[in-house]
Ligand binder design. Sequence first.
Ligand code: FAD
Ligand code: DLZ
Ligand code: SF4
Length: 514
Amino acid sequence: MTALRLVLGDQLSRDLASLSDLAAGDVVLMAEVADETTYVGHHKQKIAFVLAAMRHFAEALRRDGVTVDYVQLDEAGNTGSFPGEIARAVARHRPERIVLTEPGEWRVLEMMRALEADLGVKVEIRDDTRFFATRGRFRRWAADRQSYRMEYFYREMRRETGILMDGEKPVGGQWNFDHDNRARLPRDIPVPKRRRTPPDPITAEVLVLVARRFPHHFGDLEPFGWAVTREDALAALDHFVADCLERFGTYQDAMRAGEPFLFHALISPYLNVGLLDPREACAAAEAAYRAGRAPLNAVEGFVRQILGWREYVRGIYWLHMPDYAAINALGARRRLPWFYWSGETDLNCIRTVVEDIRRTAYAHHIQRLMVTGVFALLAGVEPAEIEEWYLAVFIDAYDWVELPNVHGMVMFADGGLLASKPYAASGAYIDRMSDYCAGCVYSPAVKSGPGACPFNLLYWHFLLVNEPTLGRNPRLAMPYRTLARFSDERRAEIVREAEAYLESLDDRAPALQP
Ligand code: FAD
Ligand code: DLZ
Ligand code: SF4
């Protein structure tokens, strides 16, 4: 036997770099390990999704004649860790070398880097080629810049890949159609019924395992309708392009109670574990545009999320880890309110989104950014606390994508490395983009006193307490000019009301781990 080829739970792609030169006699190692299922209290559907997708991928490899050594979670002797399972596999197979694709997380990369010295076997770690830009490519782009902005990176990626380009020019004469993508969703626009994949016997067995092993983890396990094979993930992409893409752009930022998915793609879990490739997702959307089946604002908006944001946040992660996670530029220290886990709150927007996530393990980007995110920002929640929540509750959450989105985009904890300003907003934004406020005990129109929306109370308080750090940010010039006109009494009232509200929040620690 020559090579032991490790495939992690988020590396389920046949064109994975570490499988490209698979030879007779090689063994592919896949291991379900307790450490990965519990390093945060993942949503039950996320654990089920990853384990079911791993088992299906192993079956598909075997059908193609590949030798797969697959260790199940409950198997006798399972050490519960990647290093432990690799050591056992080395003892079983005596490989000449171990080949793997770079893991998506710093934490796991560190583990893999230690293997060679620990096991005395040569370890080859290959670039992850499933992204448009390798880590080296992003580093070159970032090299001589004082500050990074997604938009410039995105344009360079458009030019480099030719996606949505007419020669040297962007299709439609414009790089970005974001201003067309901010409409509120009118009542009479129907939302498409979403495709679900019923669990097959392999997935059903995993659901039983997860119900038994992880009863205390957040979220409902069933109904479980996620795709767990490449074929079904491709069908989910086709369904999105055929039934949702046309309106994806216009209503990309809209929210409606009882409709968590709207026109979103629901493909991030598949992209992140490798069942779908970002290139094929962009190509499918571009083909729909070129065939006249989807408008440019929708297709450009979708491509920008994948070719722009997804690549950009990954680049920032690898450029700045491990120090990135430790910066706390706004000095935020508050414990996470308990209602992020329980959903028990009279803030209708947060209650609705937390309930959606409990049922589906999903929320779209505006729910994540402008509802659960903005509240945590305004309340001054400690970045590590809110990051653990985001990593736990979403089916698509992995450190490389969750951390920059939360630490940088939501919490501005990196001091503006990723985004040029914090997304601080009062209740007016949620009122404009959703129907949540109509069912709330608070009013977005009331700024202070009884019935005032807590987002309103906290918005001015946030600007006040962070004035030393944010006061000179040119993108916040307008609200700071308004704040400068407030009387001393008004400022004192804001501080008094906001701090009384913050003191009233229940911050008991969750007991999620089994
Ligand atoms: P759509 O809205 O249909 O977008 C299409 C695709 O674009 C997504 O599948 C995703 O791959 C990509 N995309 C869109 N926005 C982003 C972004 N900001 N960063 C990276 N990729 C993006 N995405 C994750 O995959 N994992 C996470 O852990 C995660 N955490 C987030 C936390 C916060 C606070 C915010 C604001 C965003 C986060 N996102 C994360 C990005 C985004 O919310 C999800 O990718 C998206 O909601 C997934 O649903 P969808 O497939 O329906 O996406
Ligand atoms: C998320 C996850 C879970 C829940 N379980 C496993 C597992 O049992 N085995 C495995 O190989 N991978 C799992 N994963 C995905 C890993 O956490 C992921 O590979 C690392 O976070 C690196 O990105
Ligand atoms: Fe949320 Fe405020 Fe609207 Fe209530 S009034 S739903 S708290 S934004």
